[in-house]
Design a binder for this molecule. Structure first.
Ligand SMILES: *Cc1c(COP(=O)(O)O)cnc(C)c1O
Length: 441
């Protein structure tokens, strides 16, 4: 024994045990994605004596399957051949390559702004941008939606500014806080356009109106909407016709666009300030040319093509309809996200395990702290690459899992399994979901 009596090892073990006791220890699934066969992938169980299996992924954030799109793969390969693998430096020191300059032009155009700035991830975009923007406005008050993403919370915290939460999507509460702050104080309203766990959409038009009325700056996270909503994939604010009134738009290249990276688009002065002041932008190596070229190909493709968006909405509507018809308790929303409620961490994990081991369907359980305790769920994300047969398999598997674990069904009563395929075939999402009609057109 040494002089020191601290047992370092046991402190980490105790921390892990706490998570396990609360049923929120995360277990990762080892997946080998197959670009040609997405959403099918190879899953390798942790136990090396078990065989690898073909599974269907139902929880990917590669929402449109752009990660495997032919144009996107070709752009990445071409960039590697031309420029090699790495960027060779930070943006300031030899790392500002031509593909990233072109991508920033593309993104500024997507959102109708002067400039855009690309970061190594969406998470870093929020950290860097919210912290610098708020910090540079003396005595700034940040008004933050109560359900904002962790990356926004971290950015706000780092700014050192005062923050007030407004109740999720509650416009009366936001207005109250704006009035309370008074006309002489700098105010930054930070929110998401589409909340990824419930799939609900912010009243962006109303937020913009309030921001104008009380002279506040607006910062929107469109991470779950870019590529997927709006005539050119500019997001919910584009679809609602308010993109021009939003001061800072933040997005990711890792979800709808299927790659990696994040960005903001805004007026020239704001972008220049973030570029110049944010350590998490300055002191890190630029994304490599291949990743950036792939993202640009995806952005360009989705500006022109509405096919992926239409099919995405169609498959989401179809999935919701089929689950509802089977009496499975999905949360209602008007987006592409299908939250299937379980309400218990242990059962949620058990449902996920059964889906994988018995039915070759992979849906990761979503537990606290990603969602509140008691609202644990399976978050299902249909893509344009899923088809009707996938939906039928999903419904049959879920009904089996619900019965096996004795989970509650909701109205209407359970439809006999043999009828499910017929239901799925018969669904007309255009009629069932008027709110989807707009997007599908
Ligand atoms: C995923 C996510 C991010 C982070 O984006 P990455 O590109 O994955 O780092 C930011 N905001 C929200 C709301 C997200 O869900």
């Amino acid at each position: 024994m040494g002089l020191c009596s601290i047992n370092y090892q046991s402190q980490f073990e105790a921390a892990i045990d706490r998570l396990k006791n609360e049923n929120r220890y995360r277990v990762f699934a080892n997946l080998e994605r197959d670009a040609a066969r997405f959403p099918t992938a190879t899953w390798r169980p942790d136990d090396p004596s078990e065989q690898a299996r073909q599974v269907t992924i139902w929880c990917s954030n590669d929402y449109l399957g752009m990660g495997g799109h032919g144009k996107v793969r070709a752009a990445a390969i071409d960039a590697i051949e031309k420029h090699g693998v790495g960027a060779g430096g930070t943006r300031n020191i030899s790392g500002t390559h031509q593909p990233i300059v072109q991508l920033e032009v593309e993104l500024a155009d997507l959102h109708g702004k002067d400039s855009a700035l690309v970061f190594t991830s969406g998470w870093i975009s929020n950290l860097a941008s919210l912290s610098v923007i708020a910090e540079l406005m003396p005595n700034c008050l940040i008004l933050s939606d109560a359900l904002n993403h962790n990356s926004m919370i971290e950015g706000i915290r780092r700014s050192g500014c005062e923050k007030k939460l407004w109740r999720h999507n509650d416009m009366a509460h936001l207005e109250e806080l704006l009035i309370e702050a008074g006309p002489d104080r700098a105010k930054l309203i930070a929110f998401e356009s589409l909340y990824s766990m419930d799939g609900d959409i912010a009243p962006v038009g109303r937020i913009v109106e309030l921001a104008k009325k009380y002279n506040a700056l607006t910062y929107v996270d469109e991470v779950h909407a870019v590529g997927m909503y709006g005539p050119r994939g500019g997001g919910i604010c584009e679809r609602e016709g308010v993109m021009g009134s939003i001061d800072i738009i933040e997005g990711t290249l890792a979800k709808g666009y299927g790659g990696l990276g994040g960005y903001i688009a805004a007026n020239a002065a704001i972008v220049d300030a973030v570029r110049s002041y944010a350590p998490s932008f300055i002191f890190t190596t630029t994304l490599p040319p291949a990743v950036v070229a792939a993202a640009r190909a995806a952005v360009r493709h989705l500006k022109e093509s509405g096919d992926e968006r239409a099919r995405h909405q169609h498959m989401a509507a179809l999935t919701k309809h089929a689950l509802r018809a089977a009496g499975l308790p999905i949360m209602q929303n008007s987006s592409h996200i299908v939250p299937l409620m379980v309400g218990d961490a242990e059962l949620c994990k058990a449902a996920s395990d059964l889906l994988l081991t018995r039915h070759d369907i992979y849906i990761q359980p979503i537990n606290y702290p990603t969602v509140d305790i008691g609202t644990e769920r399976l978050r299902i994300t249909p893509t344009p690459r899923h088809d009707e047969a996938h939906v039928a398999e999903l419904v049959e598997a879920l009904v089996d899992v619900w019965r096996t674990l004795d989970l509650p069904f909701v109205e209407p009563q359970v439809i006999p399994l043999r009828r499910l395929r017929a239901i799925v075939d018969a669904v007309d999402p255009q009629c069932a979901y008027p709110e989807m009609k707009k997007a599908a057109e």
